[in-house]
Design a binder for this molecule. Structure first.
Ligand SMILES: [Zn+2]
Length: 322
């Protein structure tokens, strides 16, 4: 088959790289992932990911000749315009890396690059939760809170190419310090890591909880442990979980006024809680939102899961063709 009919999406993380072969309808034809060792430098990483791409293509009887182009989602901050990773927190030692050029040269294919949250948002807009809605804002609740904004089919980049840093929206002036240097950022209250951290810190301060024993044993809690305890009626876990939902609702109100999207989509590890998260966010949103106009976004779960990044990245490559 010589007619080009697939795009490659790459979702590059600090510990692994996901590669998807994606058709023009956003269907994943093949998918695989492999470990990355960013400390060995960009050249080694690019060579390993290229080998992974060739292997994934071969698995479905395709070659690079069948590929229209490559989309790459990678941790930021970066410049999508120049295709350069400026300085990525979880790619240690990577400063001013011309990643788009390295991949384009190694693959001999057109490559387009953007940050991981933006490509995931594009994927959800293209064929995921936002498919039937239109303008979309994505919040991913993981180690931090990632954000992506898609308006009129375009990913909002901003003049300084740093738009949609929604995890650093201040929801509590003077609140908890964030490693970005501000205080009271959304991600200090509503990321999966923050929820776990806040429960552990309250227990260490003497609050009672069904998780106290685990913390006393030195166990590191995660958001799933907090969710389970909250579902089982642990008052401390439930109150911190509910606070996370409250601050997400505050963010949704601010997002409504800033972007007026059709939907705000919640993804990432913590969104795996489903309605246990969504219903609470919607409930707080109901109490916080204005009633001047009926212009409220729907608050929806992400649909593409761990493949959002590769689908969205491939979507960028398809968009370049259009
Ligand atoms: Zn911050």
């Amino acid at each position: 088959m010589s007619q080009k009919r697939v795009a490659i999406g790459i979702d590059l993380g600090g510990t692994n790289a996901k590669v998807g072969v994606v058709d023009g309808d956003g269907q994943v034809v093949a998918f695989d992932s492999g470990a990355t060792n960013p400390e060995r430098g960009p050249q080694v990483l690019v060579a390993e990911v290229v080998m992974l791409i060739d292997r994934v293509l071969e698995g479905v009887g395709l070659t690079r000749a069948d590929v229209i182009g490559v989309g790459l989602g990678t941790p930021g901050p970066l410049s999508a315009r120049t295709g350069t990773v400026i300085k990525a927190a979880n790619l240690p030692g990577w400063v001013q890396v011309p990643l788009r050029m390295l991949f384009a040269r190694a693959l001999d294919l057109p490559v387009v690059l953007d940050n991981d949250a933006n490509v995931a948002a594009y994927g959800e807009w293209w064929v995921g939760a936002g498919r039937e809605w239109g303008d979309l804002v994505l919040l991913t609740l993981g180690t931090g809170v990632g954000g992506g904004v898609v308006l009129d089919g375009k990913v909002v980049q901003g003049h300084f190419e740093n738009a949609a840093e929604l995890g650093h929206m201040i929801v509590m002036p003077g609140g908890l310090p964030c490693n970005c240097g501000q205080r009271g950022c959304l991600e200090q209250y509503a990321s999966a890591a923050a929820v776990a951290r806040r429960v552990m810190s309250a227990i260490k301060d003497g609050e009672t909880s069904s998780l106290a024993e685990a913390v006393a044993r030195g166990e590191e809690l995660d958001a799933l442990a907090v969710e389970k305890a909250a579902r089982a009626g642990d008052a401390l876990s439930l109150s911190i979980w509910d606070e996370a939902c409250y601050y997400l609702a505050v963010a949704c109100v601010n997002i409504q006024h800033a972007f007026n999207p059709a939907c705000v989509v919640l993804g990432g590890g913590m969104a795996g809680a489903g309605e246990f998260l969504l219903e609470r966010v919607r409930g707080h949103f109901e109490g916080l939102k204005w009633h001047l106009h009926r212009d409220y976004p729907e608050i929806l779960p992400a649909q593409l899961g761990y493949r959002a990044g590769v689908i969205g990245a491939a979507g960028y490559a398809w968009r370049e063709q259009a």
